[in-house]
Design a protein around this ligand. Structure first.
Ligand SMILES: [Zn+2]
Length: 285
């Protein structure tokens, strides 16, 4: 068992009351860290890339690397496009061999978001590929010291979520419930009342973006309420770069690339393992 669709991963997660962690990645060591962590903990895992990461690595290379790295493993692995910005960019990932795509039309009107998402679903389903949609803008947590955290955080309307799921035929839904991307300046206040209503009205696997910095008890509560996939990105990049800077400062003038990169890769693996455990997906492969 290795590469599977998110439909298979999320259905099993929903029945098993855990979430599958989805880690964004953009290079070899980063991808190895995720795969090694998942294999060690016997966890299903989703390896994702946003458009910028697909462009950075090349989509064909990204998919080939995931397949090569997981070919001999006994864990189910998803290959997912995160926040596809247009119909064209999203559909292009089917050509690369992604098994799951997200089209993010949340910055458009609901009508336009529905119209484009429905077209993506048609093409993706013809190829057996899972589609994640988004309702309510999941913004950026303010990064600056003066930033007000809630400036960019939208809350989805459960009735709009219901209409969106019915009219598009998507397989999983990312809905804004007070979560955001990046580093939260204060503890995020997730709207569990909204999450409960969205789950009741849609009854499809729900996805939580902006997992970095959401307290473990909130992640676990969200899982009990229908969240089957949780996205982590910033926490891994931060751990990688902080460790890399430390290592380089300790070993100035040492040009052994593997020696300099290894602690950062180990740190990312450690972080991935912590988040797998938070998602309760360990030993679920
Ligand atoms: Zn996201």
């Amino acid at each position: 068992m290795s590469i599977v669709t998110n439909t298979e991963l999320l259905d099993r997660a929903k029945n098993g009351h855990y979430a599958v962690p989805a880690f964004n990645t953009c290079n070899l060591e980063y991808m190895q860290a995720i795969v090694f962590a998942a294999e060690e903990l016997k966890s299903p895992v989703i390896i994702s890339a946003a458009k910028s990461e697909v462009d950075y690595m090349n989509g064909h290379v990204f998919v080939a690397l995931v397949k090569a790295m997981t070919a001999d493993l006994h864990i189910p692995v998803g290959i997912h496009l995160d926040h596809g910005p247009t119909h064209e960019e999203t559909v292009r990932c089917l050509h690369y061999g992604f098994k799951s795509v997200m089209y993010d039309g949340s910055s458009h009107s609901l009508e336009e978001n529905i119209a484009v998402t429905r077209e993506v679903v048609k093409v993706a389903h013809a190829c057996g590929v899972h589609v994640e949609g988004e309702v309510g803008v999941i913004g950026q947590a303010a990064n600056g010291p003066e930033g007000k955290q809630n400036d960019m955080i939208g809350i989805a309307d459960p009735k709009e979520c219901e209409a969106f799921v019915k009219e598009t035929g998507i397989d999983s839904l990312a809905a804004a419930i007070g979560n955001a991307h990046g580093i939260y300046k204060k503890k995020p206040e997730l709207r569990f009342d909204i999450l409960e209503e969205i789950e009741r009205r849609t009854n499809i696997p729900l996805v939580l973006h902006g997992g970095t910095g959401i307290p473990e008890e909130d992640l676990r509560k969200a899982i009990t309420m229908g969240v089957c996939k949780i996205n982590f990105s910033t926490v891994m990049r931060k751990g990688c770069l902080e460790t890399l800077v430390d290592t380089l400062n300790k070993n100035v003038g040492d040009w052994d690339l593997m020696k300099q990169m290894t602690p950062a890769r180990e740190k990312m693996k450690e972080i991935a393992k912590q988040h797998i455990i938070m998602c309760m997906s360990d030993h679920k492969a």
